[in-house]
Design a protein around this ligand. Structure first.
Ligand code: LRH
Length: 470
């Protein structure tokens, strides 16, 4: 029997990929058919996404499936969270599409708190404070591009925008929408009262749809370009929501670390926890598949090491950087990875050095020393986060499930096992694309539910274990 293919388009802040998946004897197999680089572009000091080039890459990858003779029965797109497009009354993109590291949200928290206190906002949404949350971005739109905001007829998040370009159908997916900090965790719908309080046009927002919803088929124009038709299904379009679907276990109460550009560490809850303890530790309650909540913390993550690697002119692979770091194990300096100086510095290597200088720490010099400081500091921050989660929820975990690209960083996994004292279970590295596929497969009745799909992921992919050594 010919395999049935499903296509995940998984676009992260630093790269995108098209992954085809099919079932083979009860196991899921995946194949990467296309990959492309991504990154915010610097346009006169503005950090923007080039959505046209991203869409061109989406199409290129879809064409690749045709070339391979592997036409997917369905496809879905996920991306990072919080960023969006404003559409005019002809459904055309208005102005820039800002990237979340843009400085325009500086000070916007204070503007929002003039309308609603920080405490009340957290109680109402359960979403952690990140200066780039959509709520602060929309507030900055009110200041820097009020005309464009007024002109906007539709607010649409990036994966929904790309899927609209493919199908002509506009819709809003729930998991990604919760990252706006404008969704009520009880009703699981837009908090229109909050939107009104902020003075934002409530009519821009579309009804929220759950992952698994069938959006539609390709438009005639796109069909002609890619050479086939397929069904576009909504996955959990916030990449982290998709990644967490692919945690390779059927157990409840699992601690995970979705490791990529960001490190997202947390657990799943059936009810959002918007209490003071959680707010003080800056835990979020993002909406997940099946109305589960992702109670987690954003840790600055591999972005720091990705930036350092670029600054060394990509001379080292990540594996080589890990090896160099391991050989410079003597360096004792540690940075606070969540310090805002690491969010969008002109030069990350310099930011690390000046952090060390300002804090009377030995200044790392070689690529290996810098990488060692970053990896060890990340591992320390994971250990702090585990302690906070265990304390807030009054649970003890035995293991940390590391999913996403960072699961391939054996050195970091070992440091994490050492710093936390937990078993690190690492893999799959393509968790986000796999989660994207799982939502499509559940919608197509390949699996009955999330649990069954997770069991399949557990049995299909190579998973490594790391135990504490010191
Ligand atoms: C990870 C991620 C994370 C968000 C950030 C903007 O890619 O989606 O969950 O907080 O990007």
């Amino acid at each position: 029997m010919k395999p049935v293919y499903y296509l995940a388009v998984d676009i992260g802040a630093s790269s995108g990929r098209h992954i085809l998946a099919s079932m083979d004897n009860g196991r899921m197999t995946i194949e990467e058919v296309y990959r492309f680089d991504n990154g915010m572009i610097n346009d006169n000091g503005n950090k923007l996404w080039d959505v046209d080039s991203l869409f061109a890459n989406i199409i290129e990858g879809m064409k690749k499936c045709k070339e391979l003779g592997k036409i997917p029965v369905s496809m879905s797109i996920d991306t990072w969270a919080v960023d969006y497009v404003l559409l005019d009354d002809n459904d055309k993109c208005i102005g820039n599409v800002y990237g979340y590291r843009d400085e325009r949200t500086d000070g916007m928290d204070e503007e929002v708190y003039k309308v609603i206190s920080e405490k009340e906002l957290y109680k109402r949404t359960g979403i952690q404070k990140q200066k780039f949350n959509t709520i602060y971005q929309l507030m900055s739109d009110k200041f820097i591009r009020p005309e464009q905001l007024k002109e906007a007829k539709t607010f649409i998040m990036l994966p929904d925008y790309f899927q609209f370009l493919l199908t002509g159908v506009k819709a809003s997916e729930y998991t990604n929408a919760t990252s706006t900090q404008l969704v009520n965790p009880e009703t699981k719908q837009w908090d229109y009262e909050l939107i009104d309080m902020l003075g934002i046009n409530r009519n821009m927002f579309m009804e929220l749809k759950q992952p698994g919803t069938i959006l539609g088929e390709l438009t005639d124009g796109i069909k002609k370009i890619v050479g086939y038709n397929t069904r576009v299904v909504m996955c959990a379009s916030h990449d982290t929501a998709s990644a967490v679907m692919a945690v390779p276990t059927v157990a409840d109460n699992v601690l995970y670390l979705s490791s990529g550009t960001w490190s997202l560490m947390g657990t799943e809850l059936l009810k959002a926890r918007c209490d003071e303890k959680s707010q003080v530790c800056n835990f979020t309650n993002e909406g997940g598949y099946d109305y589960r909540f992702r109670y987690l913390k954003n840790i600055m993550g591999l972005w720091i090491i990705q930036s350092v690697r670029h600054e060394f002119e990509d001379r080292y692979t990540f594996a080589e950087l890990c090896k160099e770091a391991e050989e410079t194990d003597y360096i004792t300096s540690r940075i606070d990875v969540n310090n805002k100086c690491f969010l969008a510095p002109e030069n990350m290597t310099e930011a690390i050095k000046s952090y060390c200088n300002n804090n009377d720490l030995i200044i790392p010099d070689t690529a290996g020393e810098i990488a060692a400081v970053v990896y060890k500091s990340l591992a320390d921050s994971y250990a702090d986060t585990v302690m906070q989660i265990e304390k807030n929820l009054d649970i003890t975990y035995d293991a940390i499930y590391v999913i996403g690209g960072g699961a391939n960083a054996g050195y970091l996994n070992q440091l994490t096992a050492d710093s936390t004292g937990k078993t690190v279970v690492a893999g799959p590295a393509e968790a986000t694309a796999i989660g994207n596929i799982m939502a499509q497969m559940i919608a197509d009745s390949v699996f009955k539910n999330l649990k069954e799909a997770r069991a399949c992921v557990r049995d299909s992919f190579d998973i490594k274990r790391f135990e504490q050594k010191r």
